[in-house]
Design a protein around this ligand. Structure first.
Ligand code: ZN
Length: 240
């Protein structure tokens, strides 16, 4: 069994289609979505329908919550508020209801999935260092947990102490715990514009990361054509 773990799609249809095609060519037979299907980019409805049709386990991201909810946008910065209202307007009531009902944490087989962190999944904290990871590990009751939210592929390992190891191929070892960020499909922020996701090869207990070129020019054109802030198109090219 090979499981593709992908999240932070952020309505980027070109990146999502590229990732799913790659996962198939890598022999993946299961899929798990780590949340933030919508927000920022121009195809929220299309990306949401793809994920729903896949019928795979999915957890709620903060953008899914914002788009599915109907709280006031007055307190947000105007650019973010405008983009969020645009996303809400692209989704029908039934799609927004689906987003609102997504679960925050799920166990899939022998691992856990969450969008941000297990210690306070609904607070949307960012795990950017070992201390943040330690808080998560206190609430992680499976050996492996996959997450997203920072848009940076990353691996924290807890043995006798917590280590921050590079997002390369890793093998799950007895007595250790792993908190693994799959990176972002649709808006990477580690300085590399290519779509990111990871694959868990269950029989060999290995996890490896994939980075993929996609048709970013089309994604950027759609953002501009939709009247979304131009900054959203520009940041894709620099991976920030
Ligand atoms: Zn996100």
């Amino acid at each position: 069994m090979k499981i593709a773990l992908f999240g932070d799609i952020h309505a980027n249809l070109e990146a999502l289609e590229t990732v799913l095609a790659d996962a198939r060519s890598q022999g993946c037979d299961s899929y798990v979505c780590l949340g933030d299907v919508v927000g920022y980019n121009a195809n929220p409805s299309e990306c949401l329908e793809i994920v729903r049709e896949m019928g795979c386990p999915v957890v709620k991201g903060n953008h899914d919550e914002d788009a599915g909810g109907d709280h006031s946008l007055e307190m947000m910065n105007p650019v973010a508020a405008e983009a969020l209202q645009w996303t809400r307007d692209q989704l029908n009531a039934e799609q927004r209801e689906y987003l609102a009902r997504m679960r925050m944490v799920r166990q899939v087989q022998d691992f856990t999935i969450v969008h941000s962190t297990l210690d306070q999944p609904n607070v949307w904290n960012y795990v950017t260092n070992k201390f943040d990871a330690m808080s998560n590990f206190s609430y992680q009751f499976t050996q492996v947990c996959f997450h997203g939210h920072t848009h940076v592929p990353r691996v924290f390992v807890r043995g006798t102490k917590v280590q921050d190891v590079p997002p390369e191929s890793i093998t799950i070892e007895e007595g250790m715990k792993y908190f693994i960020n799959a990176g972002s499909v649709g808006q990477p922020r580690d300085g590399d514009w290519r779509a990111s996701y990871c694959i868990y090869d269950v029989p060999s207990k290995t996890i490896y990361f994939r980075r993929l070129d996609y048709d970013i020019a089309t994604t950027q054109k759609k953002i501009i054509a939709a009247g979304l802030p131009e900054a959203l198109a520009n940041r894709l090219a620099v991976g920030r």
